[in-house]
Write a protein that binds this ligand. Sequence first.
Ligand code: CS2
Length: 484
Amino acid sequence: MTTRLQNLDGLPASVIRPAYRRDALTAGILHLGPGAFFRAHLAVYTDDVLAKDNRWGIEAVSLRSTDVVNHLNEQNGLYTLLTRDTAGTTARVIGSISKAHAASRNPAGLLKRLADPAIRIVSLTVTEKAYGLDPRTGGLDLAHPDIAADLANPTHPRGVIGYIVAGLAARRAQGLNPFTPLSCDNLPGNGAVLKRLVLEFADRVDPALRRWIEESVPFPSTMVDRITPASTDETYADAQRLTGHADRAAIETEPFSQWVIEDHFVDGRPAWEEAGALMVSDVSAYEKMKLRMLNGAHSLLAYLGFIAGHEFIRDTMQDAGLKSLAERHMKAAARTLDPLAGIDFHDYARALIARFENRAIAHRTYQIAMDGTQKLPQRLLQPAMEALARGEDAETFAIAVAGWMRYAMGIDRDGKPYELRDPRAGEIAAALGATDTSAVSVSRALFSLPGLFPEALTDNAHWTARVETALGDLMSGASVPAIL
Ligand code: CS2
């Protein structure tokens, strides 16, 4: 019987492994959201630098699920990172996670860890929807279930903002240094967003706490990038084949990786720059580039690709119409950006297309299509607005939005229903249920979802008409070139 990956004994020589003693690690980072992306990114950058300073081990926390936590703990925190490209797959065992916690099993335990002065960074990959951000105001959404629950009971939180505020409150009460909250989610100004939400929440709990946080806690923003599909049985099988051990926490990713971080930390940080991270004073230009060019094109391809029956992003790149649409979209998105020293947006776009084409990466269009209401604003709607204001081409944005609308109808081209997987799925279904299925009615119903589409877009009759025609084309099963 194959043994489980639990230590580094017996690994084949080809498998890269931690270059430090794991039993001497102490935890300096508490990470919320132990999903595949974190295990392919922050945990790997940290693994690269632990030989130099072993006080930056990571304790990984899941606020909701228990599966990943169980798998990691069964494996003493070890897992296999598979890097795939057309030349083959390589395996590396990552050791930076010392322990995993399920907050739902022991909320008091998490509060205790947040108050431990050895923890100097609390990093986050919790996805857009976990923040409780109201897109209309850029501030706290008081109707968000976690925010509402945690404001009613701030000493027993369950959500991200509630836990961070409770942790900082405990530090202040004990006269300790704060930790640095480090957002690694795909939101523009992710640190600034997190700061605003934390301050607004803290203000409602205790204005003096708010002032202390405002004066003493830095909230660096980051740009993160590595295409990391959800693990599948093939991931686990390949990990076992390459390491000789069964591994239920294995993940797979692409060779490319990028991390740009604002260098404001209250109590130190790992030397991530030695693992290739770029430390800067302002990350916003990088974030905008990545969100609008990579993620915007990803969403466009996910919706149009899913509707056209393409299972993976790599398949959409075999569809000449979709590929050229993505290229045109990247150009249009690049025109909304300010120049960025040292980066040629044409080269960046070319590199993105090559990454999307990677035949070894099976990234599901359905996975990227998830949570559209949370992703559209920063990926497509804000840049569309800016393109229109500059009198530039916003047509591919309209087509992408039409793709989302067609997807939001929840039935594929063979009439088979699928789950939307969006926190506003109920509202969307209700809005669509109350109308007929013509492109005019569907687009109007979705344009009217409160707070999603900015008025500058819905007031632009030319642009909304473009969305409507593209939606009509998609509803009648048009192929992409027919839309263009
Ligand atoms: C994707 C991203 O799922 C999605 O919405 O667009 O997860 C994307 O793969 C990463 O941001 C790449 O860094």
